[in-house]
Unconditional design. Structure first.
Length: 345
């Protein structure tokens, strides 16, 4: 795997003086100063995995959904609020690579702890089942295979663990946060560099939407889980470059926005159309995350993220029966590396 570059790089200039010797010059010789800019090495944000490594992450996810329904189904008690909190500890083990897939990485994840709390301000007959889906993860094992670029190309064990789209999505989200290089320019990045990427939002009931990600490499500083409540340091603030463990991290700020790059004639996704349902409406979203990436290993040390989604969508059947679904979803999450056996390797 690619190795991260320097822990700290300073730009400096070399001054070369040149004085021309002339006989009895009327004016003193002019000294010219020429600076040579040294380009710092680029930093790879991809994790460098080796078979036999074991890491342990603690994760916290919380979503607050406030929605209302009208039409075919009406909320008699008005808008309802559902809060789902999920805490988990995951053991990540790097397995021997598959000889038939050069450059690939195999990861085994074990959910050592998985607890959830589901709360609603109105009666929700599915609350107990939702909570059970998350808790069923405890003790389960899932294996991922990543290609040479870090993209997940196969997953085994997940479908057998949980039912329901929400639980599956939450279980998958954490693995996506372990590779900060997603969408970054090939060859690594420098402090101050910005980049962007787009990912289709295929699970929404309206088509043509993408998550546009804009990231910036803010600075290098001592690795530590950031305080979500604290104010971020200025982008050009100098860091100590050291911590008790001697680790230095790249700090990456990322903004995500749900956008539709170009207009669509019919926003109905193909899956809905096959079932005789037409969709229309709006679904907007935005999020911000702050990631600390070890320069030595490329591992994510911590990620905090907050986000908001606002939707107002109407689903209409072939019998002209309609259901309007409107509301907001607030989310926040934190992932932190709590132990690894790779230090010093």
């Amino acid at each position: 795997m690619r190795f991260g570059a320097a822990v700290y790089v300073a730009l400096f200039a070399l001054s070369l003086g040149a004085g021309a010797q002339q006989k009895a010059p009327e004016n003193p010789p002019v000294k010219t100063k020429r600076s040579v800019k040294i380009t710092p090495p680029r930093v790879s944000l991809s994790p460098r995995f080796s078979p036999g490594q074991v890491f342990r992450y603690e994760m916290q996810f919380e979503t607050t959904t406030a929605t209302s329904r009208s039409g075919l189904v009406t909320d008699r008690e008005g808008p309802s609020t559902l809060v789902i909190s999920w805490d988990a500890t995951i053991r990540l083990e790097v397995l021997p690579a598959d000889a038939s897939a050069p450059g690939s990485v195999r990861l085994r994840t074990t959910y050592e702890k998985s607890t959830a709390d589901v709360r609603s301000d109105t009666f929700d007959p599915t609350a107990a089942a939702t909570q059970e889906q998350y808790q069923k993860l405890e003790g389960k094992v899932v294996e991922f295979t990543l290609d040479a670029s870090g993209k997940v190309i196969s997953v085994s064990g997940l479908a057998e663990i949980v039912d329901g789209e929400k639980a599956v999505q939450a279980a998958r989200e954490w693995i996506a946060q372990l590779d900060a290089s997603s969408g970054a320019p090939p060859g690594g990045v420098n402090v101050g560099q910005k980049w962007s990427s787009e990912q289709p939002a295929a699970s929404l009931p309206v088509s043509g939407m993408v998550w546009r990600t804009e990231s910036e490499y803010l600075r290098n500083e001592a690795c530590h889980p950031p305080n979500p409540e604290g104010a971020p340091a200025p982008p050009n603030a100098e860091s100590s470059g050291s911590s008790e463990s001697g680790e230095t991290c790249a700090v990456i700020l990322t903004h995500l926005n749900l956008v539709r790059p170009k207009p669509v004639h019919d926003p109905t996704p193909e899956e809905y159309r096959k079932n005789g349902v037409q969709t229309a409406g709006n679904w907007n979203g935005s999020a911000q995350s702050l990631s600390y990436i070890s320069l030595r290993t490329g591992l994510v040390v911590s990620v905090t993220q907050t986000g908001t989604e606002v939707m107002d969508v109407t689903l209409t059947t072939a019998q002209h029966e309609s259901l309007r679904y409107a509301g907001t979803i607030l989310s926040r999450s934190q992932v932190a590396l709590v132990a690894d056996d790779a230090h010093g390797k």
